[in-house]
Write a protein that binds this ligand. Structure first.
Ligand code: NAD
Ligand code: MG
Length: 392
């Protein structure tokens, strides 16, 4: 898109969350390039209405059954031309709004249908919502190819890999090195992990994120989801993806090529960089947002993940190897388990036990379509809930 052409029109779903707010910040700072034409969320409707007003959006979607009556009345009286509400609000908004790029910053399985709705229209998706790729990766990626649309990862590791692969061929990849900070418990002994508090688990050493992904980062299930996400996006099998602890969160991931060369992408940890990359792709926008100094890269360390310490990571690898609906089931079960931990209904160590029991009980079955994914999602949530009850 040249400087003279019109601004890229963004539909930002999950606009009130951690990533959503960073997306709005990038759009605000680069208002000459981006126009936010729609916003959507479930929580913080007051914040959603404020964003809608600031950007004078055309469309707003919110999941009903949530937040205050006052905010709801405010939405009704806001004069926004198109308001979508109800269970399928985000999908309907993605299917019926005029925009150039869907920015999917919703958390959890709810991100799938809007992504599919955009891709079916040939509209590209800047995707933070990794659960979409984990649960339905093969379906989503095929949809993108069939309709000539792109899936542009916002997850920092996958943005790094995407950037390392520019100008390269996928069959030139020997291995992907997926970096993780190691989360807040990287220096804890395995035995200490069982009963850590919610407050402690929410203290991530390098990133400030939504609650679900922060807990996933503490169990390292987030890294497991990212292994599956990398497999979906780049077609690399599990045995050629290595997770490595990199405490500084400066090297966002690395790609090793068949000749032995390794490329990495570096910056201070700030999600606005992968967001800016995805929003402006295939261009790179001039921006002074991110400044990485020598002090940030002076000392970079890489360590293996201690075996047996983070069972949720091993479970995710097993889910990818089994394939079919197993990743969808594990992703849904994890939402239930993390929610139970956040609400003090299970101990930290039991998150892995819930996932293991769903993995053990889950049948091998093919991943046919989105309906299959949804069915797996519902059944896995039920199994996870039963596992939680039996633990207590
Ligand atoms: P968050 O909890 O801060 O925000 C989630 C947003 O999605 C909120 O606006 C919420 O209202 C909305 N939402 C959730 N469920 C919804 C539903 N059913 N219908 C409509 N809206 C709904 O989460 P976050 O940290 O911003 O993460 C968002 C996604 O990005 C997740 O998939 C996460 O794994 C991924 N991600 C986040 C980060 C990060 O730094 N926060 C980094 C990489 C990837
Ligand atoms: Mg990540």
């Amino acid at each position: 898109m040249s400087g003279l052409s019109r601004r890229k029109r963004l539909l930002v779903q999950g606009a009130t969350g951690s990533i959503g707010q960073s997306v709005l910040d990038v759009a605000r700072r680069h208002g000459d390039r981006f126009q936010v034409v729609g916003v959507a969320a479930r929580s913080n409707l007051t914040g959603l209405v404020a964003a809608a007003r600031e950007f004078t959006v055309q469309s707003l979607a919110f999941e009903t059954g949530s937040d205050s009556e006052g905010a709801r009345r405010e939405i009704e009286g806001s004069g926004i031309p198109h308001v979508f509400s109800g269970l399928n609000a985000l999908e309907e908004q993605a299917a019926n709004t005029d925009y150039d790029l869907l920015v999917n910053a919703v958390s959890g399985g709810a991100g799938l249908e809007p992504t599919a709705a955009a891709l079916r229209r040939g509209i590209s998706v800047a995707l933070a919502n990794k659960e979409t790729l984990v649960a339905a990766g093969p379906i989503v990626m095929k949809m993108a190819i069939d309709h000539g649309a792109e899936v542009l990862p916002i997850d920092s590791e996958h943005s790094a890999i995407y950037q390392c692969l520019l100008g390269e061929k996928l069959d030139s990849i020997r291995k992907i090195w997926l970096t993780t900070s190691g989360g807040p418990f990287r220096d804890f002994e395995t035995a200490e992990l069982e009963g850590v508090s919610v407050e402690r688990a929410l203290m991530h050493p390098t990133w400030k994120m939504g609650q679900k992904i922060t807990i996933d980062s503490a169990t390292l299930f987030n890294k497991g989801l990212e292994v599956i996400e990398a497999n979906r996006l780049f077609g690399i099998p599990a045995e050629r993806i290595e997770v490595v602890i990199h405490r500084q969160s400066v090297v966002h991931s690395m790609v090793e090529f068949v000749d032995g060369s390794i490329k990495a992408q570096l910056s201070v940890p700030d999600m606005r960089l992968p967001i800016l990359f995805a929003l402006s792709y295939p261009e790179r926008l001039k921006s002074d947002l991110i400044q990485t100094g020598i002090e940030h890269i002076r000392s970079l360390t890489f360590d293996p993940v201690p075996s047996g310490k983070f069972p949720c990571l091993d479970i995710a690898f097993q889910a990818l190897e089994r394939g079919g609906t197993v990743p969808a089931a594990l992703s849904a079960a994890d939402e239930v388990a993390v929610d139970a931990f956040l609400n003090h209904r299970i101990r930290f160590g039991n998150i892995a036990k819930v996932l293991q029991s769903v993995l053990d009980a889950w049948p091998d079955e093919p991943l046919d379509d989105i309906i299959t994914v949804r069915r797996a999602d519902v059944a896995a949530r039920r199994l996870a809930t039963e596992a939680i009850t039996s633990l207590n």
